[in-house]
Ligand binder design. Structure first.
Ligand SMILES: Cc1cc2nc3c(=O)[nH]c(=O)nc-3n(C[C@H](O)[C@H](O)[C@H](O)COP(=O)(O)OP(=O)(O)OC[C@H]3O[C@@H](n4cnc5c(N)ncnc54)[C@H](O)[C@@H]3O)c2cc1C
Length: 425
């Protein structure tokens, strides 16, 4: 008889895992414990439509409260501080600091990730923000003032999306990137150059090779100070320099952790009663033949479905193709696959003056990833080619006179599986 499944983290993964548990036939109790005062909500809009004001908080929940009630899925707010695997209990600390022990039969770790903080002189001044949850986004929104200076630290997707949203709100935006180019960790130079141009055209001042050394101000930040002494005026600072998986709970409980909670193809940890899913989990990706910890909603959702099946004693595994998206201004970037290790890049479309193109990443003649800007057809085709491991002719991809559907040859053979990567996306 199934009794109690507890999910830690009211997250993207939790919204799916609890739903899938009922679909898989779990008849016992389901309890989700989350330390935020919300039902699971969509995080991606926090740097996009929610920040720019096009979406409200009411539109963010992944499922309405009525859905969870109907499916008898309970929620409690609080923080889980310890897991006792021998006794199958956990310690829950509530908002008032009171602590209590809860018993579980099955446990799901959906603890996600947290922002990496900068420890620099002045980094505790008011007006310096991070962006991971709704409270962060609301706090940034309250600091927005038209015509005032915002400084974004970090030229990754969250930093760039935030820059775009703040520009849309009329702020003067400067973006500081320590590396030689924006998006340096995740895209080819050509794609970075495109986004550099678009942001510059939209009025964002991007400075690369600029390590930040600290912040100055009287109680509230007024300037960002760089290593070479350059100062940038700042009414508002948003730091976006990456995240770290929340794995401490798992580690303390003696679960295997290696750049994420190590799970098998069924999202099971080394404890048969504990699964993990989402940003906190490190899993073998069969398509790429390597272990990866992905930071994306599609991955959290996919792993949650598999984890739910495992909790119900069923075996399930996937050939998940990593995919991502990013919205900036009127540009929809759709990313299929992982580009690390590519040896050939083919561009289709005009990335110098236009606002629509695709960058295809090949390794040994095989398509391994594609960045598609306002190119949904190329994106869908790339997903299919990568997922099915189909042979293609890279050079044809650059030729816009060849229709997208003809890039895939009628007799495209299936290639043997790719091996080994070490990418954390
Ligand atoms: C601004 C922003 C923009 C993004 N844009 C995109 C995008 O465009 N596309 C995309 O695919 N992804 C995007 N992401 C990433 C995406 O949001 C994450 O990959 C996704 O949220 C991961 O979901 P998760 O289920 O792993 O956990 P999360 O959604 O991170 O939730 C984990 C929850 O667990 C809670 N928690 C942790 N430890 C405990 C504990 N001990 N006790 C109780 N609760 C705990 C956390 O507080 C949090 O509420 C974006 C993220 C951010 C922040």
């Amino acid at each position: 008889m199934n009794r109690t499944c507890i999910v830690i983290g009211a997250s993207h993964a939790a919204a799916q895992l609890t739903t899938s548990l009922r679909q898989e036939g779990w008849e016992g109790d389901i309890l989700v414990i989350g330390d935020e005062p919300h039902l699971p909500y969509h995080r991606p809009p926090l740097s996009k439509a929610f920040l720019s004001g096009e979406k409200t908080a009411e539109s963010l929940p992944i499922r309405p409260a009525a859905f969870y009630q109907k499916n008898d899925i309970q929620f409690r707010q609080g923080r889980v501080t310890a897991i006792n695997r021998d006794q199958q209990t956990l310690t829950l600390v509530g908002g008032g600091g009171e602590s209590e022990q809860l018993s579980y039969d099955k446990l799901a770790l959906c603890t996600g990730a947290r922002v990496r903080k900068v420890e620099l002189p002045g980094s505790d001044l008011d007006g310096i923000h991070y962006l991971r949850d709704m409270a962060d986004a609301e706090s940034i929104k309250r600091s927005v003032a038209e015509g005032q200076h915002a400084v974004i630290i970090g030229g990754g997707y969250v930093g760039l999306e935030t820059a775009a949203s703040l520009r849309q709100l009329g702020m003067q935006v400067t973006l500081l990137e320590r590396g030689p180019r924006i998006l340096g960790r995740v895209t080819a130079l050509e794609v970075s150059e495109f986004y550099h141009r678009v942001h510059t055209e939209s009025g964002v001042c991007i400075h690369t090779h600029v390590p930040v050394a600290g912040f100055s101000g009287n109680g509230r930040v007024q300037k960002v100070v760089c290593a070479d002494g350059t100062e940038f005026p700042a009414h508002l600072v948003v730091v976006g320099v990456g995240v770290m998986p929340n794995t401490e709970l798992a580690e303390m409980a003696g679960l295997n952790v290696d750049s994420g909670i190590v799970v098998d193809e069924g999202c099971r940890t080394n404890d048969q009663n504990i699964v993990a899913a989402g940003d906190c989990a490190n899993q073998l990706n069969r398509l790429y033949g390597c272990r990866i910890r992905l930071e994306s909603v599609p991955n959290a959702t996919e792993q949650a479905k598999i984890a739910a099946a495992s909790v119900c004693g069923k075996s399930s595994a996937s050939e998940f193709l990593p995919w991502f998206w990013s919205d900036q201004y009127n540009l929809k970037l759709q990313i299929a696959g992982l580009s690390q290790g590519y040896d050939q890049l083919v561009i289709r479309g005009d990335r110098f003056t236009g606002r629509s193109f695709a960058a295809f990443y090949f390794k040994e003649g095989r398509l391994i990833a594609a960045d598609c800007v306002n190119r949904p057809q190329e994106y869908l085709l790339s997903k299919r080619i990568i997922a099915q491991n189909l042979a293609v002719q890279p050079d044809r991809f650059a030729d816009e006179s060849v229709p997208v559907k003809e890039l895939l040859l009628a007799d495209s053979p299936v290639l043997v599986t790719v091996g080994g990567c070490s990418q954390t996306a």
